[in-house]
Design a protein around this ligand. Structure first.
Ligand code: ATP
Length: 340
C-alpha cells in the first residue's frame, strides 16, 4: 500500500509502556537504569524523550524492543504493542514486530549499515525479510523511500556503498530503512546528533512530513530540548532513570513544572524568551540512581527535606504531569519574574 493510503486513526494508542523497570548488574550491586517508566504513543503522534546523558533514554528504547542483554534485564512492567504484550511474546513474534511494526534508528548509522553491501541491496533485503513481493518491486519501494527522506538522485544512491555517502546521507538512509516497511512506530535514538544544524533541521522537517502522510508514531530520543520543541506533540523528560515531567510540548516549554526541565530550558538559546529567571543546573547525574527520594535533589535549588521521599508523578493540569513536591516554588519564581 502506498504510504499516503494508510488509514490514520490519531486517537489509537499503538504502543503503551507501563511501569517498566530495567536493571544492570554492576560491580557494586545493581543499577536500576530505568525505574517505573510509563509512556504511550498514538498513531501519527511524535513523543520526545529528553534528558542528559545517563538518564535512561536509550535503555528505554532497547527495553521496549526486548534488546537488553546480560548483564541487563527488564525486571518489571508491561510493553503493549497494539494487543501484543511484547514481554511475553516469543522470539519469532518479536523478530516480526521489530522492523515491520516497530523500527529503531540507532545513534550511529554506520553501525546499522553493512559496509560491504550497497545501500540498494541492504534496503531490498530489508523489504523482502518482511514481504513477499518481487525484487523489482522491493527496489522501487526502496528508491521511493530514499526520495521521501530527501535523498537526491535516489536511484544512483542505491548503487553506492555506505562509505561513499556523507554522514547526513547515511543517517537519512538509516531513517529510510526504518521506514521501509511502514512501521507503526519508529524509535529514533539521537539520530541527528553530530550533524550540521541545517541538515538536522531538514531531516526533522522530512520526518514531520512523513508522520503526517503515513501516521507512523515516533519516539524521538534526544538530549536537546530544542530539537523536540519543533518536532514533538508531547515530551517526556527523564532524569536518572525516571520520567520527571510529561506533557504537551507547548505546556512543558511555557510552564515547566520540574526544576530539571526548567534547567534544560535555560540551556536552550532562544531569543524570543527571557530565560534569565530559569534556574541553571550545575553538576552531573553522578550517583543519583542510588537515591531513594527525588534523584534530582542534590542539584536542585528548591530541594528540601520533603524531597527525601520519592515524589509522586501526578497530574497538575490536563495532560501535564510532574514528579516534584516543590514545584510551587518554581512557579512562584516564574510569577515573580513576570512582575519585574
Ligand atoms: N550495558 C550496560 N551495563 C551497565 N550499565 C548500563 C549499560 N547500558 C546502560 N547502562 C547504564 O544505564 C543508565 C542509562 O543509560 P542510557 O544509555 O539509557 O542513558 P541515555 O540517557 O540514553 O544517555 P546517552 O545520551 O549518553 O545515550 C546509565 O547509568 C548507563 O551507565
Amino acid at each position: 500500500m502506498p504510504h499516503s493510503q494508510k488509514n490514520i486513526h490519531p486517537s489509537e494508542t499503538v504502543l503503551s509502556v507501563q511501569n517498566l523497570v530495567t536493571e544492570f548488574g554492576i560491580e557494586d550491586g545493581v543499577l536500576r537504569a530505568i525505574d517505573d517508566v510509563s509512556l504511550e504513543v498514538k498513531q501519527g503522534e511524535v513523543l520526545g524523550i529528553v534528558g542528559e546523558s545517563g538518564s535512561g533514554k536509550s535503555v528505554t528504547g532497547y527495553s521496549i524492543l526486548g534488546l537488553i542483554d546480560a548483564p541487563g534485564d527488564v525486571v518489571d512492567g508491561k510493553v503493549m504493542f497494539h494487543d501484543t504484550d511484547l514481554r511475553k511474546a516469543d522470539e519469532e513474534t518479536l523478530r516480526q514486530i521489530r522492523g515491520d511494526g516497530i523500527a529503531m534508528v540507532f545513534q550511529d548509522p554506520t553501525a546499522s549499515l553493512h559496509p560491504m553491501l550497497t545501500i540498494g541491496v541492504q534496503m531490498v533485503d530489508a523489504v523482502l525479510a518482511h514481504r513477499s513481493i518481487s525484487r523489482r518491486d522491493a527496489w522501487v519501494q526502496s528508491r521511493d523511500t530514499l526520495a521521501r527522506v530527501g535523498i537526491p538522485s535516489p536511484g544512483e544512491r542505491m548503487r553506492a556503498y555506505p562509505h561513499e555517502l556523507s554522514g547526513g546521507m547515511r543517517q537519512r538512509v538509516a531513517i529510510a530503512i526504518a521506514l521501509l516497511n511502514q512501521p507503526d512506530v519508529m524509535i529514533a535514538d539521537e539520530p541527528t546528533t553530530g550533524l550540521d544544524v541545517t541538515i538536522q533541521a531538514q531531516i526533522l522537517y522530512e520526518v514531520q512530513k512523513l508522520v503526517e502522510d503515513t501516521g507512523t508514531a515516533v519516539i524521538w530520543i534526544t538530549h536537546d530540548l530544542s530539537i523536540v520543541a519543533g518536532l514533538a506533540d508531547r515530551v517526556a523528560v527523564m532524569y536518572a532513570g525516571r520520567i520527571v515531567e510529561e506533557g504537551r510540548i507547548a505546556d512543558v516549554i511555557d510552564r515547566p513544572a520540574h526544576p530539571y526541565t526548567a534547567g534544560l530550558l535555560a540551556s536552550v538559546p532562544d531569543s524570543n524568551r527571557d530565560r534569565r529567571r530559569l534556574p541553571q543546573i550545575t553538576g552531573s547525574i553522578g550517583e543519583a540512581h542510588k537515591l531513594p527520594g527525588c534523584r534530582f535533589a542534590p542539584r536542585c535549588k528548591f530541594a528540601s527535606e520533603a524531597c527525601e521521599v520519592r515524589p509522586v508523578f501526578e497530574e497538575i493540569a490536563p495532560g501535564h504531569k510532574v514528579a516534584c513536591v516543590e514545584t510551587h516554588r518554581l512557579a512562584s519564581e516564574f510569577a515573580e519574574g513576570a512582575n519585574v
